[in-house]
Design a binder for this molecule. Structure first.
Ligand code: 2HG
Ligand code: ZN
Length: 464
C-alpha cells in the first residue's frame, strides 16, 4: 500500500487527533535532545488507549514498518529518534497520560505510560507519598519511558534504578498480544518476572502501555550540603563517612568537577552558591523523622574536623537546597551550550572511581592533549559522566573508544543509566561479552522476530 493508504488506515484507527503527518507538526518528534541525530518518519501515531496501540502495531506489522516508541524524548542515547529512512512510524504515548490509582496504604501508583514523572510525583506528594526518581529531565520524561529505559538519577544509591519501582507492567507485544496489567502486587513469583525483561529494553521488545510502581513515604525532613573537596579520593572517603553516619537515609551523593560548575556559571549565568573548587559534592539525606537533621549536621561537622572538606555549607532553607540542585541539574544544559560533546555514561566499582578518573584523563591526553573532559556523576553508584567537550559526530568514535577501553580495563559498564540507543550501538557490539549479545539476540528473535520495534536501537539491524 502507498503512503496515503497507510495514513488513511492510521486515521481510521486513531482519528484525526491521533495522527500527525505534516512536516512542521512532526519536526519536534524527529530530533534527539542533543541535536545530533535527526530522523524522518511516515507519521506520528498518538494513540489514546491500549486498544489503539494494538491497532497501530497490527498496521505496522502488516506493512513491515518499524515502530519507534517515544516518551518525553529526553534520551541522551538517541533511543527514541527514528533513522533517516523515513519508513518508520513514531508511536508517541503522550495522550495516554492518566494517573489511574494511588494507593496510600498499599504504597503503589498505577499510571498510563505517557504520564510525566514530575506530574505523578507531584500528585503523590499531595497525599504524603513520593516517587523518588530524580533527574534533570523529569519534567518531560514519562513513566513508560523511564521504565522501558530503566532510567537512573540522583536517588539511585538509596532507591535503585527505575526497574526497582516496577511492580507490574501492561505491554503490547509485536504479535499484538496485550500482556500484564496494573494490579498492585508487591510479591508475585508465579512464573518469570517478565516485566523486568522489558525494563531497560528501550522499546525493542514490547511497548509499555501502563505501569504500577512502588511508592515511598514523603520525607518531610530533607538536608542538603554543598561541599568542596580537593580530589576524587577525598570524595570517596567522605562517602564512606556519610554511609557510616547517615546510613540508609543518605539519598544523594553527587560529584561535580569545578570546571563543569564553572561552565554553568559562564554558559547559564548562574553563580555557584559557594566558591568553585576542583571538585564539589552535593550530598542529601532525607527522612520522615526530624532526627536526620542532627545526624546530617554532625556528619558534615565530622568531615570538616577531619579536614576532608575545604569549604561548604548546609542548606539553611528549602530554597537554598533547591539552588544547590539547580546548579547540579544545569550541568548538562551548560555542557550543551558550549557545543557538541562526546558523552560517556560509565560505571566502575565505586572504590575504583579515583583511579578511573586518573586513567581516563591520561588516556584522553594521550589521544589529544587539547581534549577537555567535563566530569560529573553519582558517586554512590560508581557512575560518572566523563563527557568530553568539543567533539563532533565525525570524530567522537575515537574518543568514545578510548574512554570505554579504560572502563573495560576496570571491568566497568559503558552505560550505567542512559542505555545503548543508537548512540552506543557500535560500542556495545564491540565491548559487551559475546554470550550476552547472543542471549539478547535470542530474546529479540523470540519476542520480535520481524524486527518491528525500535529498529537500529540496542540491536544491530539484521541484513536485508
Ligand atoms: C545527569 O547525571 C544526567 O545529570 C545527564 O544523567 C548526564 O549530560 C549528561 O551526560
Ligand atoms: Zn546521570
Amino acid at each position: 500500500m502507498d503512503e496515503a493508504g497507510i495514513l488513511r488506515d492510521l486515521r481510521a484507527i486513531l482519528g484525526d487527533r491521533g495522527v500527525v503527518a505534516d512536516a512542521a507538526g512532526m519536526q519536534p518528534y524527529l530530533e534527539d535532545w542533543t541535536d545530533r541525530f535527526h530522523g524522518r518518519a511516515l507519521a506520528v501515531a498518538r494513540p489514546a488507549s491500549t486498544e489503539e496501540v494494538v491497532g497501530v502495531v497490527a498496521l505496522a506489522r502488516e506493512h513491515g514498518l518499524g515502530l519507534v516508541p517515544q516518551g518525553g524524548r529526553t534520551s541522551l542515547a538517541a533511543g527514541a529518534t527514528p533513522d533517516a529512512s523515513g519508513g518508520n512510524l513514531l508511536l508517541s504515548l503522550e495522550r495516554m497520560n492518566r494517573i489511574l490509582a494511588i494507593d496510600r496504604v498499599g504504597l503503589s501508583v498505577a499510571v498510563e505510560a505517557g504520564a510525566i514523572v514530575d506530574t505523578v510525583r507531584d500528585a503523590l506528594r499531595e497525599v504524603g507519598r513520593d516517587l523518588p526518581i530524580s533527574f534533570g529531565a523529569s519534567g518531560s520524561a514519562t513513566i513508560g519511558g523511564v521504565a522501558a529505559t530503566n532510567a537512573g538519577g540522583a536517588n539511585v544509591l538509596r532507591y535503585g534504578m527505575t526497574g526497582r519501582f516496577v511492580l507490574g507492567l501492561e505491554a503490547v507485544l509485536a504479535d499484538g498480544t496485550v500482556v500484564g496489567g496494573v494490579t498492585p502486587l508487591h510479591k508475585d513469583n508465579a512464573g518469570l518476572n517478565w516485566p523486568q525483561l522489558l525494563v531497560g529494553s528501550e522499546g525493542t521488545l514490547g511497548i509499555v502501555t501502563r505501569a504500577v510502581l512502588k511508592i515511598h513515604p514523603l520525607n518531610g525532613h530533607v538536608c542538603a550540603a554543598l561541599l568542596s573537596v580537593a580530589d576524587v579520593a577525598t570524595a570517596l572517603t567522605l562517602y564512606e563517612l556519610a554511609v557510616d553516619r547517615v546510613g540508609e537515609r543518605l539519598s544523594a551523593f553527587e560529584l561535580m568537577s569545578g570546571s563543569a560548575v564553572r561552565r554553568v556559571e559562564t554558559a547559564l549565568k548562574t553563580a555557584s552558591p559557594i566558591p568553585v573548587s576542583p571538585w564539589m559534592l552535593l550530598i542529601e539525606a532525607a527522612s520522615v523523622s526530624a532526627s536526620v537533621e542532627a545526624d546530617f549536621a554532625s556528619f558534615v561537622e565530622a568531615a570538616m574536623e577531619a579536614g576532608l572538606v575545604e569549604d561548604g555549607t548546609i542548606a539553611a532553607s528549602g530554597e537554598q537546597a533547591a539552588a544547590f540542585w539547580r546548579l547540579r541539574e544545569s550541568l548538562t544544559e551548560a555542557e550543551a551550550k558550549t557545543g557538541p560533546s562526546a558523552k560517556h555514561d560509565v560505571s566502575v566499582p565505586i572504590a575504583a572511581l579515583p583511579e578511573f578518573v586518573e586513567a581516563a584523563t591520561a588516556a584522553l591526553a594521550e589521544l589529544d592533549p587539547g581534549l577537555q573532559p567535563n566530569v560529573f556523576g553519582h558517586v554512590g553508584d560508581g557512575n560518572l559522566h566523563f563527557n568530553v567537550l568539543g567533539v563532533d559526530e565525525a570524530t567522537r568514535h575515537h574518543v568514545n573508544q578510548s574512554v570505554h577501553d579504560v572502563v573495560a580495563s576496570f571491568g566497568g559498564s559503558i552505560s550505567a543509566e542512559h542505555g545503548i540507543g543508537q548512540y552506543r550501538l557500535e560500542e556495545a557490539y564491540r565491548l559487551l561479552p559475546d554470550a550476552q549479545l547472543r542471549l539478547q539476540e535470542r530474546l529479540k528473535q523470540a519476542l520480535d522476530p520481524g524486527g518491528l520495534f525500535n529498529p537500529g536501537k540496542v540491536f544491530r539491524r539484521r541484513p536485508e
